[in-house]
Design a protein around this ligand. Structure first.
Ligand code: FES
Length: 153
């Protein structure tokens, strides 16, 4: 009986310790990539530009964007928030799909099928000393995709 209580108490403490560590890690993960610039914009440090390959999409859930790198090397930081009612869109083969009401978006974030009527927002990207920085405090609303929205290293 005494052993069982000791074992249950130990397991409970171990679970609390593991959950606490996980929570601390998640909080650290969110803040380690963020820094504020002189103007107070929240810059998310995505990483060195050399690590991003063409024709690939990199999810940054803690930054709330997908970094898409296209065939010509142009990059877009596409918001994960659906422009219909704000659910989190998921990447698929054609681009992105919203699990809530099935809006679909192409790889540039343009609407393929409603109910969403507006392209996914994008965030400004800048390159500093080879690092890709994404200004997650300034989402840009847009009607559609234009080549001028792409950022190049
Ligand atoms: S919130 Fe995405 S389709 Fe409704």
């Amino acid at each position: 009986m005494g052993k069982n209580i000791f074992r249950r108490s130990f397991i409970k403490k171990a679970i609390i310790a593991i959950v606490s560590l996980e929570a601390a890690y998640l909080i650290f993960d969110v803040f380690k990539n963020k820094s504020k610039d002189k103007l107070g914009s929240e810059m998310f440090i995505a990483g060195n530009s050399a690590r991003f390959e063409k024709n690939k999409m990199y999810p940054f859930n803690s930054g709330k964007f997908y970094l898409s790198v296209f065939e010509d090397g142009g990059m877009l930081a596409i918001s994960i928030k659906c422009t219909h009612l704000g659910c989190i869109v998921q990447p698929n083969n054609d681009g992105f799909l919203c699990p809530c009401h099935a809006s679909a978006f192409d790889k540039h974030g343009e609407v393929l099928s409603p109910p969403a009527t507006r392209a996914l927002d994008i965030f400004p990207i800048s390159i500093e000393k080879g690092e890709v920085l994404v200004d997650t405090s300034n989402p840009i609303k847009r009607k559609g995709f234009r080549k001028s929205q792409l950022t190049y290293v």
